[in-house]
Design a protein around this ligand. Structure first.
Ligand code: C2E
Ligand code: MG
Ligand code: MG
Length: 756
């Protein structure tokens, strides 16, 4: 072989070199292209070797499965012939093998409401305005008349020779169910949002998932504040754990729970909620959720409690009322029956409370009632029920007592407790006394209603026995009560039947030894009952209010008699008439008096009204005004039965009184009781210093009279002078009277012994 330089030199020399160079260049170029092509082929070969080319049938299988898994329908619409080719994957009934179902048909009808929008979107896509055709609309598929919601997506896949679209293909799915679910979800959340009740959804661990605006309104917690938090965050501090304990167990066990729970608002206030809780499954049907509906029933509960309170308690005193008393008494009786014990019922009625109420006004009356209620409760102890039945009537239930003596001891304690006056305002006091009737289970009755009735009867007996005392029920009392009721109805007719009349008891002046006047005393001669004692029918007339009518009649009658006496030449005589508390408290006494004076033409200066201390002291201020008005008419005013009440002398001094009548109680034992002597003397001295005319009542014998005379008493009245006589007889007695002619004999000389 030739060396290369030699070869090149020989080629150049031969003139063939340019051709050789060109051939070489072509060769190198071809080589580079070849290598490059080889490398590319190798690269392509190595790339395709990662997923080896699948056989056609496997590929078809995968596509089928993908179509089945997607749940989509494949569609292909021929725009020219308006034919729709559909394809979707389904499972063969038995084998479960996936198979592709195909059909071809005309385009199914589209709901008329959706059609314009579908057409609009189609047009936009066909014109190239949108890259994809997408629509959700209703179609009717096959023979089924129901509309099915379809979500379709596709695009033009083929154009004609002129470039216009001829085929459209894509996928579609039935979204009826998911749309319905979404719709229902929307409605549900809208309902939840607008519900007045608070709604909270809790997860399976009782943590908040969601709440509605009412929940925020009722609890003060926003959704963001409670989401993920345990339900206990809304429990009140006392029952936070209780809340979970109460709800969780029954809810997980029964799937539902309802009850009332105290919750704490965010601001700390407590709200009572009625909770209705239900278990629901989450969207996947797996996990449990709990829906709690809260109703704020705080106000309702409060109103219920208030109603219950109103139904069972007396609003004035706060004591149980009649309804609660019956309930408690029934229970007490049942217990006593079971245990063989005793129950005492005390019926407590305040004496003359009506007068207090009428005279001091209802507001003061109420305050006194409150004070009295507290006093009774304090006296019997907090463990015993004290109820207010009505007005001034209280009832006490005493359980666990062994004997009637024990029951009476409780009665005595209540009486004792009222010895001190009741304070009913700043520095205001009033002496009030109760009358108490006591009945016992099982001694007097077996059932609560009879026990109450008997205690009431016994209470009336306590009143009849002079008030401010207690009485244990006895069967005989029933007779008395019945008798009183019959008597009261007889008294109502007494005036019109003219069964009432007046008698007059003379009064003698000790200085003149002459009869100076008489006291008019009422008598009742009943057709049914015969002669009824004033001590029996006058309290009855006062209780029933009949005393107002009777009192006016008495006044007129007495004035008439006095006018007669004056007409018969004894214009020096005077007549005194007794006046009841009710007449005074009604406030129109002076007007009644004025009318009677005008009607009868009596000389008012010869007329005297007798009022007891307690009558005046029931309402001192108001009564003083009435008395002043009477006094201005010229009428004299006497305080009757002096010494039996507890009025203050300094107060009496301020009243326009003219006369003081010493009660016969002091006079009775005057001759042999040093205390009575001393008291009588004091009363006489005091009266004189006050410028009052002093009259001693109930003078029955000479010894009394002598003592009274010696001690400066002005007048005497009593059987020793004369009993009360009918008007004409009394005048005859007066006209004929000369010292020593009475029913008793007057001493001609004063007795040696004087009061000291
Ligand atoms: P009083 O106003 O203190 O009347 C005096 C009572 O003492 C009368 O009783 C009279 O009969 C009685 N008496 C008089 N002298 C003697 C005596 O020497 N010894 C005894 N033991 N008693 C004597 P009477 O008539 O039974 O009246 C009782 C009370 O009834 C009266 O007490 C008075 O408070 C009331 N009363 C009588 N008449 C009326 C009336 O018309 N209206 C009113 N509101 N009360 C009247
Ligand atoms: Mg009198
Ligand atoms: Mg008297």
């Amino acid at each position: 072989m030739l060396p290369a330089p030699f070869l090149a030199t020989s080629l150049i020399q031969t003139g063939r070199l340019p051709w050789l160079l060109l051939s070489l260049l072509i060769l190198i170029f071809s080589l580079v292209i070849g290598i490059h092509s080889y490398l590319r082929t190798r690269r392509e070969q190595s790339a395709s070797s990662v997923i080896p080319e699948l056989p056609q049938d496997r590929r078809d299988e995968y596509l089928k499965q993908a179509l089945w898994a997607s749940g989509e329908h494949f569609w292909d619409y021929d725009l020219v012939h308006r034919r729709l080719h559909r394809m979707h994957a389904g499972e063969r009934p038995r084998s479960g093998a996936i198979t592709v179902l195909e059909d071809e048909q005309d385009l199914p009808p589209i709901h008329e409401q959706d059609l314009p929008l579908v057409m609009e979107r189609l047009r936009a896509h066909l014109q190239g305005d949108t890259p994809v055709f997408a629509s959700e609309h209703r179609m009717r598929l096959g023979q089924d008349p129901t509309w099915v919601w379809i979500r379709a997506r596709g695009r033009v896949v083929e154009h004609g020779a002129d470039g216009s679209p001829v085929r459209l293909a894509g996928v579609a799915r039935d979204v009826t169910n998911s749309r319905r679910a979404a719709y229902e979800h929307r409605i549900a959340s809208e309902v939840m949002r607008s519900m007045g009740e608070a709604v909270a959804v809790l997860d399976w661990e009782f943590n908040f998932v969601t709440v509605n605006p009412s929940f925020t309104r009722i609890t003060g917690y926003s959704e963001a504040e409670v989401r993920g938090q345990p339900v206990t965050v809304i429990g009140s501090p006392q029952n936070a754990e209780d809340l979970r304990a109460r709800i969780q167990l029954p809810l997980t066990r029964d799937g539902r729970w309802s009850g009332d729970v105290w919750n704490a608002r965010k601001d700390g206030d407590e709200v009572l909620c009625r909770i209705d809780a239900n278990e629901v499954l989450d969207a996947d049907g797996e996990r449990h959720l709990y829906v709690l509906i809260f109703n704020d029933i705080t106000d309702q509960k409060r109103a219920e409690q208030e109603l219950r309170y109103l139904a069972n308690y007396d609003t004035l005193t706060g004591l149980p009322n009649r309804a609660l008393l019956s309930e408690r008494l029934s229970r007490a009786v049942v217990r006593a029956r079971r245990e063989g014990g005793r129950v005492a019922v005390l019926f407590v009625d305040l004496d003359r409370f009506k007068d207090i109420n009428d005279s001091l006004g209802h507001a003061t009356g109420d305050r006194i009632l409150r004070a009295a209620a507290a006093r009774v409760q304090q006296a019997v102890g907090a463990q015993h029920t004290v109820a207010r039945l009505s007005g001034d009537e209280f009832t006490v239930i005493v359980e666990g007592i062994a004997s009637h003596q024990q029951a009476e001891a409780v009665g005595a304690r209540v009486i004792e407790a009222f010895h001190a006056p009741l304070a009913f305002g700043e520095r205001l006091e009033m002496a009030v006394s109760p009358s108490i009737g006591i009945s016992l289970y099982p001694d007097h009755a077996q059932v609560p209603s009879d026990l109450l009735k008997h205690a009431d009867t016994a209470m009336y007996q306590a009143k009849a026995a002079g008030r401010h005392t207690y009485q244990l029920y006895s069967v005989a009392m029933d007779e008395k009560t019945k008798h009183r009721a019959i008597l009261a109805s007889g008294l109502r007719r007494a005036l019109e039947r003219e069964e009432l009349y007046l008698v007059y008891q003379p009064r003698m002046g000790l200085a003149s030894q002459q009869i100076v006047g008489a006291e008019a005393l009422l008598r009742w001669e009943s057709r049914e009952f015969g002669s009824v004692a004033p001590s029996e029918f006058i309290p009855l007339a006062e209780e029933t209010g009949l005393i107002l009518e009777i009192g006016t009649w008495t006044l007129r009658q007495a004035c008439q008699t006095l006018v007669d006496w004056h007409a018969q030449g004894r214009s020096d005589l005077s007549v005194s008439v007794n006046v009841s508390a009710l007449q005074l408290q009604r406030g129109d006494l002076s007007r009644v008096l004025e009318t009677v004076i005008a009607e009868t033409g009596v000389d008012p200066r010869r007329l005297e009204l007798e009022l007891t201390e307690s009558t005046i002291m029931a309402n001192p201020a108001k009564n003083a005004d009435t008395l002043r008005a009477c006094r201005q008419l010229g009428v004299a005013l006497a305080i009757d039965d002096f010494g039996t009440g507890y009025s203050s002398l300094s107060y009496l001094k301020r009243l326009p009184l003219t006369t003081l009548k010493i009660d016969q109680e002091f006079v009775r034992d005057l001759t042999h009781n040093a205390d009575d002597q001393a008291l009588t003397q004091i009363i006489i001295n005091m009266s004189r210093s006050l410028g009052l005319n002093v009259v001693a009542e109930g003078v029955e014998h000479a010894g009394q009279l002598a003592l009274l005379q010696a001690n400066g008493c002005d007048e005497v009245q009593g059987h020793y002078i004369s009993r009360a006589l009918p008007g004409p007889e009394c005048l005859a007695f007066i006209l004929e009277y000369s010292p020593g002619t009475g029913h008793g004999a007057l001493p001609l000389t004063p007795p040696a012994r004087t009061l000291s």
